[in-house]
Design a protein around this ligand. Sequence first.
Ligand code: C5P
Length: 227
Amino acid sequence: MKKITIAIDGYSSTGKSTVAKMLAKELNYIYVDTGAMYRAVTLYAMRKLFIKEGYFDKEALVRHLFMVNVKFALNADTGLGEVLLNSENVEREIRTLEVSNFVSQVAAVPEVRKLLVMQQHEMGKDKGIVMDGRDIGTVVFPDAELKVFMTATAEERARRRFEELQQKGEDVTYEAVLENVQKRDELDTTRKDSPLKQAEDAILLDNTHTNIEDQFHILLQLAKDRI
Ligand code: C5P
């Protein structure tokens, strides 16, 4: 059977990764969460104190980029990739609200994007991949056979994210999560390098009122139509 490239872009907390993972599993494709890669670089910058509240030393981060190694390792129990930052599994640390609060600034640095996009090209060179992010259909794989752009209201996305963080035991308020979601929307859509936008040939999926199962079936059908 023909293997294709599936690009899933969209706003933060639209549930992109949940459906992308389901799709990859069903099709026996590789799944790559590119947001996790930007989050890992952000965690590195935070640990080195290159970024903190009201301060970002971009030059220092760019100078140290050659020392940043981001990879995925397969978790045998879940069958999913987990992010390694310089060989350390940081899958849990990169999901905190603190990392979310800094990641869009780090993701706006062209040198960071260049490095990660290069790795993403390499991961997708044989197709048979579902990649989610912000610029997959526009920049990383503009020739992807299937492009989906996911959106939902900021309030609904914040509600989902808030529940997820609460379940993980993070001490956060709904208001703080909503503020983060709105701030990231603003930064991600207005940055100069690879801003978040729907590719002309992407299919728009507003999932404010659609559950995960239904989204999965819609995407699976779209993929099957192209295989
Ligand atoms: O997908 P996730 O919400 O984990 O992504 C975190 C952040 O990483 C986004 O808000 C965005 O700033 C950045 N990102 C990006 N390009 C991608 C994936 C994520 O700029 N392809």
